[in-house]
Design a protein around this ligand. Structure first.
Ligand SMILES: [Cu+2]
Length: 155
C-alpha cells in the first residue's frame, strides 16, 4: 500500500516536470487570445534603432492590449531588437514588413527582430500576456555595451 503511493507520487513528479517547462516556453493558446482581442483598439508603439541606442529605451505595455510594435532602424548599421523572454510571453498575431510591398510571417513565437540600416522597418502584432520585466538588447558585436539595451515592462 505504502509502496504504491510512493510510486504514484514519483511517476506524477516525472510527468509534471517536463510539462511545466513546456508550459512556460511560449503562449500556446495565442490563437484564441488574438481572436478574442479587440483589434479596433490597436495601439502603435514605435521604437527607433540608432547607432547605438533604442528610443525609447524602455517600454511599458499593458497585458491584454493589442499592439503593433514598429521597429525602425534610423542608423547607419543593421540592428537587432532581441527580447526572447518577452517574445515568448506574448500571444503572436504576426510579424510583417510594411504594405504595400512587404510581407508577413506567422509563427508560434519569435526570438529576435532585425531592422536593416537606413530605414528598415519591421512591425510586430501581438497581445502581451504574462506580466513582468523583460530585457531587450541588440546582439550584434558590442552594440549592447555601446547602449543598445532596455527593458520592456508588462503590467
Ligand atoms: Cu545594433
Amino acid at each position: 500500500m505504502r509502496k504504491s503511493f510512493i510510486a504514484l507520487a514519483v511517476s506524477g513528479a516525472l510527468v509534471a516536470v517536463p510539462s511545466l517547462v513546456l508550459a512556460a516556453d511560449y503562449i500556446t493558446n495565442a490563437g484564441e487570445i488574438v481572436k478574442a482581442a479587440d483589434w479596433e483598439k490597436l495601439e502603435t508603439v514605435t521604437v527607433e534603432l540608432d547607432d547605438h541606442n533604442f528610443a525609447p529605451q524602455d517600454l511599458r505595455l499593458k497585458a491584454g492590449q493589442p499592439y503593433r510594435l514598429v521597429i525602425k532602424n534610423v542608423g547607419e548599421n543593421d540592428h537587432y531588437y532581441t527580447a526572447e523572454k518577452f517574445f515568448r510571453s506574448v500571444a503572436w498575431r504576426k510579424v510583417q514588413t510594411p504594405k504595400p510591398n512587404g510581407g508577413e510571417v506567422k509563427a508560434p513565437f519569435f526570438t529576435a527582430l532585425e531592422a536593416y540600416k537606413q530605414g528598415g522597418v519591421v512591425e510586430a502584432f501581438f497581445v502581451p500576456v504574462t506580466k513582468g520585466s523583460y530585457e531587450v538588447v541588440c546582439t550584434i558585436e558590442d552594440h549592447k555595451d555601446k547602449g543598445m539595451h532596455g527593458k520592456i515592462v508588462v503590467e
